[in-house]
Design a protein around this ligand. Structure first.
Ligand code: NCD
Ligand code: ZN
Length: 345
């Protein structure tokens, strides 16, 4: 196949940051996606409807002239989120979900939840109001090996949440293991997962073999090949439970190339192209549209986009870096080539 036209996709998991950083990256997402679920892990985190609406306005103001991009907002769950905030969010057209960060699990998650039992009343309210829960599914127990934290979270926490709140809609964000795929498949239709491009294309060798490559470091960390294959099989299966969420997470070059580098891969510059490459690698390009454009809206109960995009099999080069406020941003696969190219409309 040399050309592929599909319904305009959405990104169901995106970090846009704020201020000058936001202004530097938002056009990359708007170029290919009609909508994005915007993560609330700013500093301070976006914990209220009012803060989310103000953030939404800042995103809209940062968009280039004429861009058509709808930011779908989320709220950051804390142990002290009032039940009333859940009720307020449930009724609001611009707010889609709550994000659960186990405290300290990842970038800007310090204000997250240390003990899940403490938020049971909030989960109950979300279940009742039918507000989806988006989960960063990694255990925060220090003694657990970093490669096992996803499975540990599923076994010790997520399983309990799903049994206790059976009518709660849950997205297992950025699933990275075969265990997560199996768990999501076995759970009912209200449980889904997003998958990133980097976890479909790379395993942990890309991060660690032959030198440490900080721009491949994200959380949950890249896993071994058997997991990558399970994720790729799930993404390309066409099943409604799996949909696109880039987890594109920009950090300045200085924060990544450091003795203690930040977690986050930047993929928004070429997300749909990278996913197309992953799907083509297993001969499943025909299922890209379901994964990228149909399954997400179905889960979130939103209409499918009317516009189309076209990808052409034309080699192009990924820039070595992008401006990022006063700093630089190094994209995934900087300076290397891309197989698919998104054509201008
Ligand atoms: C994200 C970030 O930088 O905000 N980092 C990452 O490695 N994915 C946070 C997150 O989604 O875990
Ligand atoms: Zn994320």
């Amino acid at each position: 196949m040399q050309e592929l036209t599909l319904t305009k996709p959405d990104d169901w998991h995106l970090h846009l940051r704020d201020g000058a950083a936001l202004a530097s990256v938002v056009a990359h997402s708007a170029r290919q996606f009609a909508r994005a679920i915007v993560m609330p892990n700013l500093q301070p985190p976006v914990t209220t409807v009012a803060a989310a609406l103000a953030y939404r306005d800042r995103i809209l103001s940062a968009l280039p002239e004429g861009a058509n991009f709808d930011p779908l907002m989320t709220l950051y769950l804390t142990e002290s989120t009032p039940i009333a905030e859940v009720e307020k969010a449930a009724g609001h057209a611009f707010i889609q979900a709550f994000k659960l960060y186990p405290a300290g699990a990842t970038t800007h998650s310090d204000a997250g939840v240390a003990k899940l039992e403490r938020i049971y009343p909030l989960l109950e309210a979300m279940e009742k109001q039918d507000v989806p829960l988006l989960v960063h599914g990694e255990s925060i127990a220090r003694e657990i090996d970093i490669f096992d934290r996803e499975k540990a979270f599923i076994d010790a926490e997520l399983d309990t949440i799903i049994r206790r709140f059976p009518a709660l809609r849950v997205v297992f964000e950025h699933a990275t293991t075969r265990d997560a795929v199996q768990f999501v498949r076995a759970a009912g239709p209200l449980v889904a997962a997003t998958l990133t491009a980097q976890h479909l294309l790379y395993n942990r060798n890309s991060l660690l073999a032959g030198g440490i490559r900080p721009h491949f470091y994200c959380l949950p960390v890249l896993k071994r090949e058997i997991h990558r294959q399970a994720l790729l099989e799930a993404a390309t299966s066409g099943e409604a439970k799996f949909f696109l969420g880039t987890d594109s997470a920009p950090h300045p070059q200085s924060g990544k190339e450091s003795a203690c580098g930040c977690a986050g891969c930047y993929t928004a510059h070429a997300a749909i192209e990278l996913y197309a490459e992953a799907f083509e690698s297993v001969g499943k390009l025909e299922n890209l549209e379901r994964f990228a454009s149909f399954n997400g809206p179905r889960f979130y109960r939103l209409p499918v986009n009317a516009e189309k995009i076209t990808l052409q099999k034309t080699p192009s080069e990924i820039p070595a870096r992008f401006p990022f406020g006063e700093e630089w941003l190094i994209p995934l696969r900087a300076g290397e080539s891309l197989v698919w190219k998104l054509m201008a409309n």
